[in-house]
Design a protein around this ligand. Structure first.
Ligand code: MSP
Length: 499
């Protein structure tokens, strides 16, 4: 079994912010979970480096676009390990292998008869690098995303015959209900298709910062076609001397936010059809992280710096907060206050405390050796089903619900500690019962931690070290690993109090 998950490739006209970290973290949760299932996973992220916004930002700084791209691409590359993202490759659209592949695929699209010359005129936002349809322009001819004035542009370009795919796209949506999720986004894409597709510019004439069009030296490809192709081009050169395309294409899941829905839900499948390539299995569209009610974005200046948050609380805390507090698929507000509350009440007091107590009690009452015991039948009933439930939710990219399914078991284990009060059992000398309770707690803690591992890789990793286990595939969460007789090492608090 293989699984291929991608994030959008991020623009290098600005530095990474929490919104980018968000998608990359979500993709990483999915990638780690599938690895735990024993699947061969390929997780791709990277940077989108061509196009007008990058060229403009570079010129404003008085440097060459390549220099700006090098500088900022490095910051995105550095973000991944800071948030514990385990991407298998980091693509840059300025990689010569990517450039060659774009030229090859788009030439094929032309040979197949889907490219023609034409004049395009419309309202254009230089920050989006996109023309806007009349019905999406804000009053005063403003960009609905950037609130800046749109310019009227006219260009002679090569066009991609998007209109030729109207019917095939409608069929695609009819046949594959889950091609785009959640449903609201699918319906949004479908109604755009039904409203009638027009051909779209494939090249730009006035711009030089882009992939050169092989059949006309005066043009470069419009940045979106160049960018979308990253998802296939990366597979052909990520591993030197090896082409991973047949192993991983079509992608299992493209993760994006709703700002780039149309490109992924309409242009992308049409382009692949035109190139006679297989379509990805699904697109999952998450919502926006909002700050004070507006989309967090560099150009609006309302961003939380992920690096600062990680410095203070660690990357697990950030991963947890983003997957937990904002229901994945919907918009949600983020704030430092809510972050601190989740950290304190859930990570520190619920999970961290559970781990500390269980490890400490095994130390105190059993000299650090896990008693051999059957998992308590009540706990068994509550833990059974967790693995499949979580796997199913993650298959549907319902990352917040999956986390909740695990968390309800964390809470159950805390109640179990209170109900069974091991300290009382120790006082009463009820040895057999104490063995049963402590053994059950270690097993329960271990099982929930295996499922939490995709979300909290660092804290669960420290716990696994203390427990002396290295087997964390999802079978371990079904009880395939027996911890009885194991010696436990002391454990520092997983989520210490932060001032
Ligand atoms: N370069 C294009 C994507 C090309 S993909 C073939 C692009 N880049 S971007 O830098 O603007 O990144 C957009 C993506 O970043 C969103 O789709 C989303 O994944 C993530 N986010 C950026 N800001 C975000 C929020 N405020 N909230 C949620 N996600 C955010 O578009």
């Amino acid at each position: 079994m293989s699984y291929y998950v991608t994030t959008p490739i991020y623009y290098v006209n600005a530095a990474p912010h929490l919104g980018h970290a968000y998608t990359t973290i979500a993709a990483d949760v999915i990638a780690r979970h599938h690895r735990q299932r024993g699947e061969q996973v390929f997780f791709l992220t990277g940077t989108d480096e061509h196009g007008e916004p990058v060229a403009d930002a570079a010129h404003a700084l008085g440097i060459e676009p390549q220099e700006l791209a090098d500088r900022n691409s490095e910051r995105f590359r550095a973000l991944a390990p800071r948030i514990d993202a385990t991407n298998d490759f980091f693509i840059r659209t300025t990689d010569p292998q990517h450039v060659a592949r774009v030229q090859e695929v788009l030439s094929r699209v032309r040979e197949n008869g889907y490219v023609h010359k034409g004049i395009y005129e419309g309202w254009y936002c230089p920050r989006c690098a996109d023309f806007k349809a009349e019905n999406e322009i804000d009053e005063g001819k403003l960009c609905p995303i950037h609130h800046i004035e749109l310019t009227r542009e006219q260009e002679e370009n090569y066009f991609f015959a998007l209109s030729a795919f109207q019917e095939r796209l409608e069929e695609l949506y009819a046949q594959r209900e889950d091609f785009v999720a959640p449903l609201t986004r699918r319906n949004e894409a479908l109604s755009f298709i039904r409203s009638g597709l027009r051909d779209v510019p494939l090249t730009r004439k006035r711009l030089s910062w882009g992939v050169p069009v092989p059949w006309d030296a005066e043009h470069v490809f419009y940045v979106w076609f160049d960018a979308l192709l990253n998802y296939v081009s990366a597979l052909s050169y990520a591993r030197p001397g090896e082409d991973l395309t047949s192993r991983f294409w079509p992608a299992d899941c493209h993760l994006i936010a709703k700002d780039i829905l149309r490109f992924h839900a309409i242009y992308w499948p049409a382009l692949l059809m035109a190139a006679e390539m297989e379509l990805p299995k699904r697109l999952f569209v998450h919502g926006y992280l909002l700050m004070e009610g507006e989309k967090m974005s560099k150009s609006l200046g309302n961003v939380l710096d992920p690096f600062a948050v990680i410095d203070r609380f660690g990357s697990d805390a950030l991963r947890f907060y983003l997957m937990r507090d904002v229901s994945f698929g919907q918009d949600g507000s983020v704030s430092t206050t809510a972050f601190e509350q989740r950290y304190e009440s859930e990570l520190a007091n619920e999970y961290g405390n559970l781990a500390s107590r269980v490890v400490a009690m095994v130390g105190r009452y059993r000299d650090g050796v896990v008693p051999r015991a059957q998992l308590d039948s009540e706990l068994q009933a509550e833990l059974n089903g967790m693995t499949d439930e979580v796997a199913l939710l993650i298959d549907r990219v319902e990352l917040t619900q999956a986390l909740e399914a695990i968390w309800s078991r964390v809470r159950r284990l805390n109640r179990y500690v209170e109900e069974r009060a091991p300290w009382q059992l120790a006082k009463q000398g009820a040895d057999a019962e104490l063995d049963a309770v402590l053994g059950s707690l270690v097993a329960g803690l271990f099982r929930v931690s295996v499922m939490l591992h995709a979300y909290l890789p660092s804290a669960t990793g420290r716990l696994f070290t203390a427990l002396g286990v290295s087997e964390v595939s999802i079978g371990a969460a079904r009880g395939e690993v027996d911890l009885g007789g194991q010696r436990i090492a002391p454990l520092e608090p997983l989520f210490p109090k932060v001032q």
